[in-house]
Write a protein that binds this ligand. Sequence first.
Ligand SMILES: *Cc1c(COP(=O)(O)O)cnc(C)c1O
Length: 344
Amino acid sequence: MSTIEKKPLDWSKLGFAYTKTDKSYVCNYKNGAWEEGGLTSEHSINLSECAGILHYCQEVFEGLKAYETKDGHIVTFRPDLNATRMMNSAHALQMPEFPKEKFLEAIDAVVKANASYVPPHDSGASLYIRPFMFATGNVIGVKPADEYQFRILTTPVGPYFSGGIKPLKLCVSDYDRAAPRGTGNIKAGLNYAMSLHAYMKAHKNGFDENLFLDPATRTFVEETGGANFLFVTQDNEIVTPMSDSILPSITRRSLVDVAERYLGLKVTCRRITLAELGDFKECGLCGTAAVIAPVAKVVNGNHEIIFDDCQTQMGPVLKQLYDTLVGIQHGTIEAPEGWIRRIL
Ligand SMILES: *Cc1c(COP(=O)(O)O)cnc(C)c1O
């Protein structure tokens, strides 16, 4: 039970933005090994102008949340999966892996140190946790750096939909998010850098997000810039795209488990063509930020694909999935073994 006094923040006014908290976690990699690492009150970084991150973009990151449960504990949701995913991302960019146990202990320490910033249970807000790692060593000829920094910042954030749920409008992007056999399946800043132009263009045209197609054939649905898709068929089955260039969302993998184990729904992970999207009655985006965000329509040039059950709110099947997972995260529904890590 946490008896920590909360900061005097207006939790209901928080958006998804950076608010400095008391402590960050920092750990440096030098001479082939990670140092001890620990908490810091210094929230700025002093870097060499020749640091590898600034030239060849060696950077990977993660995102998860700490919540206050109904009975007053502070918990994180499946942080072990963030640890392993970050190790995979680092490996793909020729960076040292940050050890899993050290990662979990670092998350615990930084959340504990900022416990007064974890929003109250009933606020809908949470403490967002952003682990990231980047090349600090000097690099001028193209090669991996020999020094790195792993850091975790935390920041309190509001609910994804603050003024009530508003189904999203997507457009099929003219651009590709990731190359076949490229970096689409790792969580790296570089995948976002090159999606920003497409993102701003979609916004300018009145859309919330881009739907990206498979870059090789532009036939199959992949994901948006930062969330995976779930679809509901006319028979209340769940279908989710399969592709090597989709980022393996922890929320999506958890929702698939919830669908099968808690709700007895059939789930299929397969290639999904753009042409068949009109057959589905619900469409949702899943990720840590919103858990599920309903999609009202996908626009492809002058063709509109409408998801009938997601026009004004989340469709009933997605809503059931959402309520169950959020209940698990907030401690009102019993969680599968190992899903909830209690910090306080
Ligand atoms: C982080 C991310 C997601 C969502 O993953 P979660 O683990 O559920 O938060 C989906 N797509 C991309 C491209 C991402 O970077």
